[in-house]
Design a protein around this ligand. Structure first.
Ligand SMILES: [Zn+2]
Length: 486
């Protein structure tokens, strides 16, 4: 058997003004056929799993492009088309292939393409033919479209947010596709549109039990796989709402019934699962007054992982305005400030203009007297079992033990190591502010006296009911109370 593997993706926040161009793909992750020879990161890990499984089965692997851009605004059209066409050219050269396995995001939008994954899958089908089995792995923040479903034999999304199960889902997709090619199974997919726009945190109840329930239903009674596509709220696309996807073995009705049933269960939990957030000024004041620390105040509106600039200054300005001490915030994406700090060196005292540079949602820059306490070139941070690049990183300290970490490659704060690798004792601080919506949770929760999700002006507006969608044709909750009532 011959498997063709590739990765192309980003999560597009159509409300973000930052364009996604080739430089973003280059900075984040770009391999031309050799990604599996490098250490795994979040998006190459599935390809590495597929190569290992194929090798164990004695199968041949043809590896194509593997690239991913840090989430931002709409992808530049010619950039998307060039990356897509590289995969298609490689696929054509590899023919005939038995399996096409693509690692994608599921919420990628390019200029002229609301559904990049649907486009990529359809074109792969055209090239590979109907005999090939085509499978796609998706982030759970995906918009599952009819085009994706029509072109693929199997789609499997992560179940966990934070996304700690990318490798397991890759192995699951591989097994489903290989069994299908061998004629052992006939995967059929059904999708139920929950008509909901929200976010769901899977480490906490009731989602924790729901995820366990999805696992328990798989692998028996003809159910091959269950995915809950949460949707990505900040994509103005026709299929933005959450969708339940079930793959059954040959029985379409069984897949449809279970997708609808599980979708209704998610609907029934909507009040319990709705994200609990707090305005940032209130969050910081509560954290400062806490009897025990550190309190983790997540700056969720400036999460680069959702397309935000990661240089907003709203929380920093509030810290300075109210004189809060013993805190750390980051990661601020500020290449210019990093350049100045590197030029000055460790120990230098500077009046530095920090953040607030990318766009209106960044707020205004903050001018601060700081000491350069540390510089780490090509820093990394762990995320689950993989390593994420931070680029050059700088630790700054201002009066009142106000600490900041700036980094060169725009990205969210996944793990306490993003800060503590400088030798900073996080346990001694009162407030820790990672710029992240949820991925911070796995690493930071164990060291936190409390975790608060703080809202602020920014690109990731949590007021789901009033997001300015223009392409969604159906009503959705929480914009209306019951989107199924006509
Ligand atoms: Zn995601």
């Amino acid at each position: 058997m011959k498997a063709f593997i590739a990765c192309l993706g980003t999560e597009t926040n159509t409300f973000s003004p930052i364009p996604t161009g080739l430089r973003n793909f280059q900075d984040t992750m770009l391999y031309h056929g050799d990604a599996t020879r490098a250490p795994a990161d979040l998006h190459t890990a599935p390809l590495i799993v597929w190569r290992e499984l194929a090798a164990a089965d004695g199968d041949e692997v043809v590896e194509s492009l593997a690239t991913f851009a840090q989430p931002a605004g709409i992808t530049v059209r010619k950039v998307y088309e060039a990356l897509r066409d590289e995969i298609l050219t490689d696929l054509k050269a590899a023919l005939p292939v038995d399996l096409v396995l693509l690692n994608m995001h599921g919420a990628m939008v390019a200029d002229g393409y609301d559904d990049c994954e649907g486009d990529l899958l359809a074109r792969c089908r055209e090239v590979a033919g109907t005999d090939a089995v085509i499978g796609g792995e998706l982030d759970l923040h995906c918009s599952i479209t009819p085009e994706m479903r029509a072109a693929a034999d199997a789609l499997v999304s992560y179940k966990e947010y934070p996304h700690i199960d990318t490798k397991e889902r890759a192995a699951e997709l591989y097994a489903i596709c290989r069994d299908a090619k061998l004629g052992k199974t006939t995967p059929v997919m059904a999708v139920h549109d929950c008509r909901m726009v929200s976010t769901w945190r899977t480490p906490v109840e009731p989602m924790k039990t729901f995820v366990a329930r999805m696992h328990a239903l798989e692998g028996r009674d003809g159910i091959l796989s269950i995915s809950f596509g949460h949707g990505f709220p900040w994509g103005d696309v026709p299929c933005v709402t959450a969708r339940m996807l079930v793959i059954a073995d040959g029985d379409k009705k069984k897949a449809e019934d279970l997708a609808r049933q599980l979708g209704q269960e998610v609907w029934a939990m909507r009040q319990e699962t709705a994200p609990v957030t707090m305005p940032y000024k209130e969050a910081l004041s509560r954290a400062a007054a806490a009897a025990a620390g550190p309190v983790v105040v997540a700056d969720i509106a400036d999460n680069a992982g959702g397309g935000a600039p990661s240089d907003s200054t709203f929380l920093l300005q509030e810290i300075l305005d109210t004189g809060l001490s013993d805190n750390i915030s980051g990661l601020y994406w500020d290449p210019l400030a990093i350049r100045l700090c590197k030029e000055a060196g460790v120990g230098a005292r500077l009046n530095l203009r920090i953040g607030g540079k990318c766009c209106r949602e960044s707020g205004i820059p903050v001018d601060l007297d700081v000491t350069v306490k540390g510089i780490i070139e090509n820093a990394t941070q762990p995320f689950g079992s993989v390593t994420q690049q931070m680029g050059d990183a700088v630790w700054l300290q201002a009066a009142g033990n106000v600490n900041l970490v700036l980094n060169f490659i725009r990205g969210q704060t996944f793990h306490p190591d993003a800060f503590s690798q400088f030798g900073i004792d996080l346990a001694s601080l009162k407030i820790i502010i990672p710029k992240s919506s949820q991925h911070f949770y796995a690493g930071f929760a164990p060291i936190a006296a409390e975790v608060i999700y703080a809202t602020s002006p920014g690109t990731l507006n949590m007021d789901f009911a009033n997001l300015p969608f223009t392409k969604l044709a159906t009503p959705f909750w929480p914009n209306v109370e019951d989107p199924f009532k006509s």
